[in-house]
Design a protein around this ligand. Structure first.
Ligand SMILES: [Zn+2]
Length: 87
């Protein structure tokens, strides 16, 4: 489960052309000494202002806080469809 303390937090996301999707960004100094935002996955510099989203919206983009949500189906033992446990 996600920690409820992050529910009021916003996260900066931006469009990364190299990754081909919206990604979580971080701020760092570029080679010219200016602060810029970079992709957390491939470290490519991102142009423009980031979009600030809630933890819920961030999760809809494929990010997770804490443990992953349970996968639908299966018996819950973690073996997926190959589980042979009898109930
Ligand atoms: Zn990227």
């Amino acid at each position: 489960m996600r920690d409820s303390s992050i529910d009021g937090t916003s996260f900066p996301i931006g469009r990364c052309e190299r990754c081909g999707k919206s990604v979580l960004t971080y701020v760092a100094l570029a080679s010219d000494g200016a602060e810029r935002r970079f992709c957390t996955h491939c470290d490519a510099p991102l142009d423009g202002e980031p979009e600030w989203v809630s933890a819920e919206e961030l999760e809809s983009l494929g990010y997770y806080f804490g443990s992953r949500p349970p996968v639908a189906g299966g018996c819950g033992c973690g073996a997926g469809g190959g589980c042979s446990r009898k109930n």
